[in-house]
Every structure is written in C-alpha cells, then in structure tokens.
Design a protein around this ligand. Structure first.
Ligand SMILES: *Cc1c(COP(=O)(O)O)cnc(C)c1O
Length: 355
C-alpha cells in the first residue's frame, strides 16, 4: 500500500474546543464544521466536539448529516437557505438559518415554516461580502421580528481583519452602536477575534480554524496559543538517490544541486492535497528531524534534501505537517493558509483516527 496517511486526533480536537471555551467566557460556542470539518471529517468532528453548544455548517446536507448522527444541539446554517424550497427543510431539521439578503426574507414571508425558526440576522459592518448594510437596520430588524415564521432573532456580523493589526473595533463599534437599542443577542467572533478580542464574544462565538489546531495569526504559532495540531500528514521515502553538483531535480529542473548531495523522494504530491506551489525550502521532517523540499511538487511525489540524513533509506518516515512541522509553516512557505491546506486533504489519502 502507498505509505501516505493522515492521522486525526480526537483528543487534540476536543482540547482545542476547551481552549475556545476558555476564551469565550460566558458566550456559547458553535463549533464551525463546514468543509468536512476543515478536512477532518464531519463525523469525527461531531464526536470530538460533543461538548460544543452548537455546530455551524454551510449546507442543508451537512446539517441533515449532523442530525442523522444524533446531534441535538442548535445547528447554524452559515449562509442560510439558498432557495425558497429550503425553508421547509430548515424547519424540519430545526436549523438556525443566517438571513443575509432580501430574497431570503421574501421566501420566509411567502412560505412561513410550520414551526417558527430562530434566525441569525447578518449585518455587513465592513467585510462587504454578505449581510444587510448596517444603515438599513430600521427596515430589516422590525420586519424580521414580526414575521410569523420567526421565533427569535440573533444579530450577527463577520470580521475582515480580526487576524491583522487593523483588528475588529472599526467593525464592532458601529455594529454594536447602531443595533444596541434592539437589545438582542449577538454573534461576531471567528477564531482570531475570539483569541485576541474578548469584547467581540457576545452571546455566541464561531471558532473554526483554531479547533483544528492551526493559528489564525501569521505571526503567532498554534503552540503559543495552546492549540494542538489535529491532523498529521505522514508518508515515507520511496526512493533515495545521490546527485552531483549542477544536476537538477524534478519537473522543470527547478532545483539544481549546489554540491553533491542526497535526495529523497516522498510518496506525497498535489493529488494528495499537498500544495503544488510549495517552493524549494518548504519545511518537512524526515525521521523526526527538519529538512526542506527540493524543486517542484508533482502529482504523486515530492523531493526532499537528505544531505544531513545519511541514515535515511526508502521506508524512512516523513511528516509533511503535524506535530513536528506545523501546518502553518508549510502554508507560509507556500504562500497560502492552513485553512486551504487542511480543507484540501484529498479523498485518496487514508485517514487513521487516534485518541
Ligand atoms: C468559516 C466561518 C467562521 C470560522 O472562521 P475561522 O477563521 O475558521 O475561525 C466564522 N464565521 C463565519 C460566518 C464563517 O463563515
């Protein structure tokens, strides 16, 4: 069997939820499990996050799966219904839809569900992606509160720069100021806001990436935030060779040896979810020690520098990311984020679940 494998730790996921809860204070915690729980598997996330106050997903299908798995906590549908006919399903599954644009209000008015819904009414406080403009609140809030299909309203917004120096205040303060008079519960914090700005926690927080043991901040490691990596992607060397100074490695011969050296070939490529754009020098571990990738990542393989690894042979263990090589370090080298790498874990990679 091809030696590549992902190990997913239920204990690490559960630990990270406890870290989120510690930061959330009295706010309740939605475990954000969209995108197959950021690549970790919905059913695993359900078990690891059994202590969450709720779950947040993107689609009816994910929500229906959670209900089938026996989830009784609230389930937030992050973008609400995508069509009028989803309103009824939302009620049947007892979901909490986000309402973020006018058509959704029309659908809800025209076909009110038998059982009124708890809704999250989303305002755009600066992200300029989803949500009603803040200055329309006098039309939107009273209209939604009066709807027969609506049981309760929680106000919601989303931050564009919670992970950057600009922070959350420029969005949070207008959001709170304009909506304060309604005295409704509210939700704004993603992982970055939750970890750095306690005043964003409100009534419900929505951590995602931190639950999977990656840092939302470019300049702070997951370990410094007491987060444990939940996914370890490992493989083995399947070939070891000596190359001479000046010889190239892989497609395009992008890496050229500056001296005679040893090169290892790892059974992991972009078809496994490893980023093709990871350049020479991307961190990787062989036999538990750090080294670097060499040349272009191909579909099923990538090459690593074994110059300082005389003991390495075919079969030697390789960690692409996990305990030794933080996924954030790989992401930084490849100029992307841990979000993208974790979500991109390919279906062909066998997953082993560990405690
Ligand atoms: C994905 C998502 C989150 C979680 O964000 P992280 O940065 O992963 O913590 C929170 N809120 C909304 C609306 C989202 O879509």
């Amino acid at each position: 069997m091809r030696p590549i494998q992902a190990r997913i730790s239920i204990g690490a996921l559960a630990h990270n939820l406890r870290v989120a809860r510690r930061h959330a204070g009295t706010a309740r915690v939605f475990a954000v499990v969209k995108a197959n729980a950021y690549g970790h598997g919905l059913s695993r996330a359900r078990r690891a996050f059994a202590a969450a106050d709720g779950f947040a997903v993107l689609t009816l299908e994910e929500a229906a799966n959670l209900r089938l798995m026996g989830i009784e906590q609230p389930i937030l549908l992050l973008e609400g219904f995508f069509a009028a006919d989803e309103v009824a399903s939302c009620a049947e599954l007892d979901l909490w839809p986000v309402l973020h644009h006018a058509a959704q209000l029309d659908w809800l008015e025209r076909s009110p569900p038998a059982r009124p819904l708890s809704v999250f009414l989303k305002f755009d406080s600066g992200m300029h992606r989803l949500g009603f403009p803040l200055d329309t609140h006098r039309d939107v809030v009273p209209r939604v509160r009066q709807m027969p299909g609506v049981a309760s309203v929680t106000l919601m917004t989303h931050f564009a720069q919670a992970d950057e120096a600009a922070g959350t205040d420029w969005q949070l303060q207008p959001f709170l100021a304009q909506l304060a008079d309604y005295r409704l519960p509210w939700s704004s914090a993603n992982s970055a806001a939750l970890l750095r700005y306690p005043d964003t926690c409100g009534d419900w927080v929505r951590p995602g990436i931190m639950l999977y043991g990656a840092s939302p901040f470019a300049e702070v490691s997951a370990a410094a935030l007491d987060l444990r990596p939940a996914m370890q992607l490992t493989s083995e060397l399947i070939s070891v060779r000596a190359i001479r100074v000046g010889e190239g490695v892989g497609y395009g011969q992008l890496f050229r040896a500056e001296r005679d050296m040893r090169v290892g070939v790892v059974a992991c490529g972009y078809a496994d979810g490893y980023p093709r754009h990871a350049p020479t020098g991307t961190p990787v571990a062989v036999n538990g020690r750090h080294t670097r990738t060499l040349g272009r990542v191909s579909m099923d393989m990538l090459c690593v520098d074994l110059s300082e690894f005389p003991e390495a042979v075919p079969g030697s263990p390789v960690e692409l990311w996990g305990e030794t090589v933080p996924v954030d370090a790989v992401a930084a080298a490849a100029r992307t984020t841990s979000y993208e790498l974790l979500c991109a874990l390919a279906a062909r990679v066998p997953v082993e679940e560990i405690d």
